[in-house]
Design a protein around this ligand. Sequence first.
Ligand SMILES: [Mg+2]
Length: 206
Amino acid sequence: MKKQPVILVDMDDVLAEFTEEWLRRYNEDYDDTITAEVFDGWDAVKSVKPECGVNILDYFKAPGIYRHLKPKAGSQAVMQELIDLGADVMIVTDSPMGCTFGGQDWKGSNPTDDKRAWLMEHFPMIPVENVIVARKKWFVIGDVLIDDKPATIEKFQEMNRKIIAMEMPYNRKTPARLRAKTWEDVREILLREFYPELEVAVGSNG
Ligand SMILES: [Mg+2]
């Protein structure tokens, strides 16, 4: 029987349109009009108004921010296709620190639970048991990771591990051997790498 690949998949800006919602909230609060295009690296602080500054990072802890995001175009269909082919899909996502519980009056939410609930809603084909919360993703066993974070892309390549860089403006300067602009690109790379026998199917989905 064919050995099936273990495919590790990040959530924010890989499965979910996180930056779009993050900047929508910032633009509304600070009367600004920026998009992800202003980010030429991972440090968002220097691209926002000085009166916001490091507070831009506090949005990661905003109650519910991970709960209502748009899935990235094409991501659901590709996840379903990979699972149908027999691949093991594991979600490897980081979750913000410092979201503390404050007793009965607490109005916050648990970002990790929000991420799980979001996944159950939009990716019911992925069991919630397959969610791994990790920042140092290179300690997780798998055949490939799909991620957008420059430091993670660099570390995986340094370790000679396979990573597909999901292109975002802040990782364009990060050298990546495998790079995808869309989920159709991800699909083509994964089918080529792990299901070469399906060669004819590549490109027929878009
Ligand atoms: Mg991400």
